[in-house]
Write a protein of this length. Sequence first.
Lengths: 127, 169, 142
Amino acid sequence: MNTTMTLGGHFTYFVTIFLMVAGLFIVIARGNLIKKLIGLGIFQTSVYLLYIAPGKLVGGTAPILSDAFTVYSSPLPHVLILTAIVVGVATLALGLALTVRIREAYDSIEEDEILNMDAVPSRQEQA
Amino acid sequence: MAVTVWVIARSRNLFGVIVLGGIYSFLMATVLVAMDAVDVAMTEASVGAGISTVLFLGALHLCKSEEARPVNKPWLPLIVSVAVGAVLVYGTLGLPEFSDPKAPIHTHVVPRYLNEIKQEVDVPNVVTAVLASYRGYDTFGETTVVFTAGAGVIALLRRRRNKNKGDKA
Amino acid sequence: MRHDLILRVIAKLLIPFILLFALYVQFHGDFGPGGGFQAGVILAAAVIFYALIYGLADARKVVPEPLVESMMAIGVLIYGGVGVAGLLLGGNFLDYFVLDHDSVHGQHRGIFWVEVGVATTVSGVMLKIFYMFAARGNADDE
């Protein structure tokens, strides 16, 4: 009885962890740079959920003051996550610009091919 | 959302992956509305599903490729991810339950904000008031970060007015 | 050509409403969800929509590049300006209550200008990044 109550109360954390692990898997297991950036985006959105889910009160409402409601969900994580979303899109734009430059320099956006291309000249220098 | 993420991980067509990323952002925005986070949901929908998708498509147009077939089976990353997930599950068992009014997130600063905003600032949207007034310094830093990202992209992608194409480092 | 026509007509109908909605979100951010970031992004999205339908050259004529670049910087300067105004009028940096005769009105003024600054910077940056990505592709095709 106690375990099911705990599991039910923590369900949002499990969802968050699943999304986080999925994003992490995409980042480290896939070699394509654009897919890595999408995986990073999934990871970031799971962190937003991690912060906002504990702020909700069942029976509360959105944190906009009004005379009709008394119970509000906590506005503090909303503020932090708003900043986080905008910073996330800023880093995404920079990452995409870097990807475009890498593509122009190496003519590929697969991580393995780029590392091979970087490794080959050094082997030639040593030879 | 789990289905979307699964297909993103498995699919190799990058265009489809980007569109699925946009769908994922919209689903996340819906979940955020269910969590009473309306400002965050609006920002996530417009930024995640709008601007992110546009930028990804722009970059894809410039890169023009599909994902290559992975060479090895991804066993090691899978094990690492699942191990990290297990550690996180063990860690979150100590966190407060969903919708617990006595959780720290509701007790320290938030009652002061919710009660005193009427006298001090008189702006009904608490999130905007906190963002712009109580935590205005953080928002200043964030605006500077956005500006720096724009300047960085300009620095990375600007073309010099040279005649030889191979000289644009 | 026919498909092009439908898109152009719909774009002409929708873009003013999107711009109006961006202004609404900006100025109504005190009373409902919204605020500077959302408004800036929606404004940039409206101009990107125009650029997608009518071509980058037309969009560049309507919103020229020097305007976008200066919007990026002016937003941050407005924000810093509000902070320095607080300094000059006797309070600390980014104090709003010294900005007007009444403390609450000072807060209103400070929040208004700060949100304007944020929206300007965000829309300028998003638009500039889109312009750079799109221009890079065109230059490659030449």
